[in-house]
Design a protein around this ligand. Structure first.
Ligand SMILES: [Zn+2]
Length: 288
Protein backbone atom coordinates (compact mmCIF):
# COMPACT_ATOMS: atom_id res chain seq x y z
CA UNK A 1 0.00 0.00 0.00
CA UNK A 2 1.48 3.25 -1.05
CA UNK A 3 0.97 6.07 1.39
CA UNK A 4 2.56 9.15 -0.03
CA UNK A 5 1.27 12.25 1.62
CA UNK A 6 2.57 15.29 -0.08
CA UNK A 7 0.85 17.74 2.16
CA UNK A 8 -1.42 16.98 5.02
CA UNK A 9 -0.16 20.26 6.31
CA UNK A 10 -3.47 21.72 7.24
CA UNK A 11 -1.76 23.38 10.14
CA UNK A 12 -0.65 26.76 8.92
CA UNK A 13 1.89 27.51 11.60
CA UNK A 14 5.35 26.10 11.10
CA UNK A 15 7.22 25.01 14.20
CA UNK A 16 9.02 27.99 15.70
CA UNK A 17 12.04 25.87 16.40
CA UNK A 18 13.07 23.43 13.73
CA UNK A 19 15.01 20.46 14.98
CA UNK A 20 16.55 17.66 13.02
CA UNK A 21 15.20 14.19 13.58
CA UNK A 22 18.49 13.20 15.16
CA UNK A 23 18.21 16.09 17.58
CA UNK A 24 14.66 15.05 18.36
CA UNK A 25 15.72 11.50 19.03
CA UNK A 26 18.64 12.60 21.17
CA UNK A 27 16.96 15.50 22.85
CA UNK A 28 15.63 15.25 26.36
CA UNK A 29 11.91 15.48 26.81
CA UNK A 30 12.42 18.74 28.64
CA UNK A 31 14.17 20.13 25.59
CA UNK A 32 11.30 18.93 23.44
CA UNK A 33 8.84 20.62 25.73
CA UNK A 34 10.65 23.91 25.53
CA UNK A 35 10.98 23.69 21.77
CA UNK A 36 7.34 22.88 21.38
CA UNK A 37 6.08 26.12 22.75
CA UNK A 38 7.85 27.30 25.83
CA UNK A 39 6.17 24.77 28.06
CA UNK A 40 8.60 23.37 30.56
CA UNK A 41 7.70 19.83 31.52
CA UNK A 42 8.58 18.82 35.01
CA UNK A 43 9.64 15.46 33.63
CA UNK A 44 8.65 12.89 31.08
CA UNK A 45 5.68 14.25 29.11
CA UNK A 46 4.08 10.81 29.32
CA UNK A 47 3.22 11.83 32.84
CA UNK A 48 1.64 15.04 31.64
CA UNK A 49 -0.19 13.55 28.67
CA UNK A 50 -2.22 10.41 29.25
CA UNK A 51 -2.41 8.81 25.82
CA UNK A 52 -1.88 5.31 24.47
CA UNK A 53 -1.46 3.95 20.98
CA UNK A 54 -4.88 2.70 19.86
CA UNK A 55 -3.35 1.43 16.61
CA UNK A 56 -0.53 -0.71 17.97
CA UNK A 57 -2.13 -3.77 16.41
CA UNK A 58 -1.84 -2.40 12.89
CA UNK A 59 1.06 -2.20 10.51
CA UNK A 60 2.74 1.18 10.05
CA UNK A 61 2.50 1.94 6.34
CA UNK A 62 4.02 5.40 6.58
CA UNK A 63 6.56 6.43 9.22
CA UNK A 64 7.08 9.89 10.66
CA UNK A 65 10.21 10.22 8.55
CA UNK A 66 8.34 9.12 5.41
CA UNK A 67 6.01 12.04 6.01
CA UNK A 68 8.81 14.55 6.50
CA UNK A 69 10.54 13.23 3.39
CA UNK A 70 7.41 13.86 1.34
CA UNK A 71 6.98 17.40 2.61
CA UNK A 72 4.40 16.78 5.31
CA UNK A 73 4.72 18.23 8.79
CA UNK A 74 4.63 14.67 10.04
CA UNK A 75 2.36 11.80 10.95
CA UNK A 76 2.14 8.06 11.32
CA UNK A 77 0.03 6.00 8.92
CA UNK A 78 -1.52 2.72 10.02
CA UNK A 79 -2.97 0.49 7.33
CA UNK A 80 -6.47 -0.79 8.09
CA UNK A 81 -9.63 -1.60 6.21
CA UNK A 82 -12.10 1.20 5.52
CA UNK A 83 -14.65 1.40 8.31
CA UNK A 84 -12.37 0.34 11.16
CA UNK A 85 -13.43 1.88 14.47
CA UNK A 86 -10.96 4.54 15.67
CA UNK A 87 -10.50 4.67 19.46
CA UNK A 88 -9.47 7.93 21.13
CA UNK A 89 -5.80 7.92 22.12
CA UNK A 90 -6.76 9.79 25.26
CA UNK A 91 -9.68 11.45 26.96
CA UNK A 92 -10.76 14.82 25.59
CA UNK A 93 -13.23 16.89 23.62
CA UNK A 94 -13.98 16.07 19.99
CA UNK A 95 -14.01 18.47 17.04
CA UNK A 96 -14.94 17.16 13.60
CA UNK A 97 -13.45 18.91 10.57
CA UNK A 98 -15.09 17.73 7.33
CA UNK A 99 -12.95 17.81 4.18
CA UNK A 100 -9.91 19.27 5.90
CA UNK A 101 -7.90 19.84 2.74
CA UNK A 102 -5.53 17.00 1.91
CA UNK A 103 -6.29 15.45 5.31
CA UNK A 104 -9.89 14.81 4.37
CA UNK A 105 -12.37 14.21 7.17
CA UNK A 106 -10.40 14.95 10.33
CA UNK A 107 -11.14 14.37 14.00
CA UNK A 108 -9.36 16.49 16.58
CA UNK A 109 -9.39 15.41 20.22
CA UNK A 110 -8.35 18.23 22.54
CA UNK A 111 -6.87 16.79 25.72
CA UNK A 112 -7.09 18.51 29.09
CA UNK A 113 -3.46 19.66 28.94
CA UNK A 114 -3.87 21.43 25.60
CA UNK A 115 -2.37 18.72 23.43
CA UNK A 116 -4.43 17.71 20.43
CA UNK A 117 -4.66 14.30 18.75
CA UNK A 118 -5.65 14.34 15.09
CA UNK A 119 -6.90 11.46 12.93
CA UNK A 120 -7.25 12.01 9.18
CA UNK A 121 -8.94 10.54 6.09
CA UNK A 122 -12.01 9.29 8.00
CA UNK A 123 -14.99 7.75 6.24
CA UNK A 124 -17.36 8.58 9.10
CA UNK A 125 -17.63 10.78 12.17
CA UNK A 126 -19.35 9.09 15.11
CA UNK A 127 -19.43 11.84 17.76
CA UNK A 128 -20.75 15.39 17.66
CA UNK A 129 -18.61 18.50 17.90
CA UNK A 130 -17.96 19.26 21.54
CA UNK A 131 -18.67 15.72 22.70
CA UNK A 132 -16.47 14.37 25.45
CA UNK A 133 -14.75 11.06 24.85
CA UNK A 134 -12.89 8.79 27.21
CA UNK A 135 -9.62 7.05 26.44
CA UNK A 136 -10.46 4.25 24.02
CA UNK A 137 -13.87 5.64 23.08
CA UNK A 138 -14.71 5.34 19.39
CA UNK A 139 -14.63 8.72 17.61
CA UNK A 140 -15.14 7.66 14.00
CA UNK A 141 -14.38 5.13 11.30
CA UNK A 142 -11.28 4.97 9.13
CA UNK A 143 -11.29 5.66 5.42
CA UNK A 144 -8.62 6.59 2.95
CA UNK A 145 -9.77 4.78 -0.18
CA UNK A 146 -8.73 6.78 -3.23
CA UNK A 147 -11.31 9.35 -4.18
CA UNK A 148 -13.78 8.38 -1.46
CA UNK A 149 -15.57 11.16 0.46
CA UNK A 150 -13.34 12.28 3.32
CA UNK A 151 -10.18 10.66 1.94
CA UNK A 152 -8.46 13.90 1.00
CA UNK A 153 -5.11 13.09 -0.64
CA UNK A 154 -4.95 9.54 0.69
CA UNK A 155 -3.87 6.86 -1.72
CA UNK A 156 -5.12 3.82 0.17
CA UNK A 157 -7.12 2.72 3.23
CA UNK A 158 -5.41 3.83 6.45
CA UNK A 159 -5.60 6.30 9.30
CA UNK A 160 -3.09 9.12 9.66
CA UNK A 161 -2.29 10.10 13.27
CA UNK A 162 -0.30 12.97 14.71
CA UNK A 163 -0.17 15.00 17.88
CA UNK A 164 -0.06 18.80 18.20
CA UNK A 165 1.50 20.48 21.20
CA UNK A 166 -0.18 23.36 23.08
CA UNK A 167 2.26 25.59 21.18
CA UNK A 168 0.98 24.36 17.81
CA UNK A 169 3.85 22.11 16.78
CA UNK A 170 3.07 18.80 15.20
CA UNK A 171 4.91 16.02 17.01
CA UNK A 172 5.20 12.24 16.85
CA UNK A 173 2.67 10.71 19.26
CA UNK A 174 4.85 7.62 19.67
CA UNK A 175 7.28 9.81 21.65
CA UNK A 176 4.55 10.80 24.09
CA UNK A 177 2.98 7.50 25.05
CA UNK A 178 2.37 6.57 28.65
CA UNK A 179 1.88 3.14 30.13
CA UNK A 180 4.09 1.35 27.63
CA UNK A 181 2.16 2.64 24.66
CA UNK A 182 -0.07 -0.35 24.12
CA UNK A 183 -3.67 -1.13 24.83
CA UNK A 184 -5.21 -0.09 28.16
CA UNK A 185 -6.03 -2.76 30.75
CA UNK A 186 -9.61 -3.95 30.88
CA UNK A 187 -11.81 -3.33 33.90
CA UNK A 188 -13.46 -6.69 33.22
CA UNK A 189 -10.90 -8.10 35.65
CA UNK A 190 -12.73 -6.15 38.36
CA UNK A 191 -16.36 -6.05 37.26
CA UNK A 192 -16.71 -9.29 35.29
CA UNK A 193 -18.47 -7.48 32.45
CA UNK A 194 -16.88 -7.92 29.00
CA UNK A 195 -16.52 -4.71 26.99
CA UNK A 196 -14.69 -3.20 24.03
CA UNK A 197 -11.33 -2.89 25.78
CA UNK A 198 -11.41 -6.56 26.81
CA UNK A 199 -12.20 -7.51 23.22
CA UNK A 200 -9.48 -5.22 21.85
CA UNK A 201 -6.96 -6.95 24.07
CA UNK A 202 -8.39 -10.32 23.05
CA UNK A 203 -8.02 -9.42 19.37
CA UNK A 204 -4.44 -8.30 19.96
CA UNK A 205 -3.65 -11.54 21.82
CA UNK A 206 -5.14 -13.54 18.94
CA UNK A 207 -3.18 -11.45 16.44
CA UNK A 208 0.04 -12.32 18.25
CA UNK A 209 -0.72 -15.98 18.95
CA UNK A 210 -3.27 -17.22 16.46
CA UNK A 211 -2.93 -15.39 13.17
CA UNK A 212 -5.88 -13.03 13.60
CA UNK A 213 -5.58 -10.29 10.98
CA UNK A 214 -8.78 -8.30 11.49
CA UNK A 215 -9.15 -4.93 13.19
CA UNK A 216 -8.32 -4.35 16.86
CA UNK A 217 -11.63 -2.58 17.25
CA UNK A 218 -13.10 -4.27 20.30
CA UNK A 219 -16.02 -5.60 18.29
CA UNK A 220 -15.67 -9.40 18.00
CA UNK A 221 -16.97 -10.95 14.83
CA UNK A 222 -16.63 -14.25 13.03
CA UNK A 223 -12.88 -13.79 12.41
CA UNK A 224 -12.21 -12.97 16.05
CA UNK A 225 -14.16 -15.98 17.23
CA UNK A 226 -12.56 -18.31 14.66
CA UNK A 227 -9.11 -17.25 15.92
CA UNK A 228 -10.34 -17.78 19.47
CA UNK A 229 -11.49 -21.29 18.58
CA UNK A 230 -8.11 -22.02 17.00
CA UNK A 231 -6.36 -20.86 20.17
CA UNK A 232 -8.76 -22.86 22.31
CA UNK A 233 -7.42 -26.05 20.68
CA UNK A 234 -4.73 -25.54 23.34
CA UNK A 235 -7.45 -25.82 25.96
CA UNK A 236 -9.26 -28.88 24.76
CA UNK A 237 -11.56 -27.47 22.09
CA UNK A 238 -11.97 -29.94 19.24
CA UNK A 239 -14.91 -28.44 17.35
CA UNK A 240 -14.95 -26.58 14.02
CA UNK A 241 -13.24 -23.22 13.42
CA UNK A 242 -16.46 -21.68 12.20
CA UNK A 243 -16.36 -18.43 14.15
CA UNK A 244 -19.59 -19.30 15.89
CA UNK A 245 -18.67 -20.05 19.50
CA UNK A 246 -20.88 -22.48 21.35
CA UNK A 247 -20.74 -24.29 24.64
CA UNK A 248 -17.63 -26.27 23.70
CA UNK A 249 -15.69 -23.13 22.74
CA UNK A 250 -16.65 -21.36 25.95
CA UNK A 251 -15.87 -24.41 28.07
CA UNK A 252 -12.32 -24.25 26.68
CA UNK A 253 -12.18 -20.54 27.53
CA UNK A 254 -13.27 -21.44 31.06
CA UNK A 255 -10.39 -23.91 31.31
CA UNK A 256 -8.04 -21.04 30.38
CA UNK A 257 -9.83 -18.89 32.98
CA UNK A 258 -9.36 -21.65 35.56
CA UNK A 259 -5.62 -21.37 35.00
CA UNK A 260 -5.99 -17.71 36.05
CA UNK A 261 -8.04 -17.97 39.20
CA UNK A 262 -11.49 -19.01 38.03
CA UNK A 263 -12.87 -21.67 40.34
CA UNK A 264 -16.42 -22.14 39.00
CA UNK A 265 -17.84 -24.92 36.86
CA UNK A 266 -16.58 -25.72 33.33
CA UNK A 267 -20.07 -25.67 31.86
CA UNK A 268 -19.59 -23.53 28.76
CA UNK A 269 -21.69 -20.71 30.20
CA UNK A 270 -19.59 -17.59 30.71
CA UNK A 271 -20.55 -15.58 33.78
CA UNK A 272 -18.81 -12.70 35.59
CA UNK A 273 -16.41 -15.05 37.39
CA UNK A 274 -15.41 -16.75 34.13
CA UNK A 275 -14.78 -13.35 32.54
CA UNK A 276 -12.75 -12.17 35.54
CA UNK A 277 -10.44 -15.17 35.23
CA UNK A 278 -10.15 -14.66 31.48
CA UNK A 279 -9.38 -10.97 31.99
CA UNK A 280 -6.64 -11.74 34.48
CA UNK A 281 -5.04 -13.59 31.59
CA UNK A 282 -5.81 -10.98 28.95
CA UNK A 283 -4.58 -8.07 31.13
CA UNK A 284 -1.02 -9.36 31.12
CA UNK A 285 1.49 -6.82 29.76
CA UNK A 286 2.42 -9.12 26.89
CA UNK A 287 -0.98 -8.49 25.26
CA UNK A 288 -0.73 -4.68 25.55
ZN1 LIG B 1 -0.21 10.24 6.63
Amino acid sequence: MCEKHRSEDVQKARPRVVMSRRTLLRGSFTTLGLAAGGVLFSGNPAQALDIYNPFSGYQITGTWQDHLDSGSLGGIDYGMGVGTALPAAGAGVVTNIPDNGTGGHTVTITHSDGYRTQYMHLSQFLLANGASVGKGGIVGRSGGAVGAPGSGSSTGPHVHWHLITPGGTRVNPLNYLGGGGGLPKTSTEQDGVPGPVMWQRTQNWLRIQSGYTGPIDGVPGTNTYAALQLNMRNWGYTGPLDGVPGTNTWAAVQRLSAAHGYTGPIDGVMGPNSWRGFSRFINQDQWD
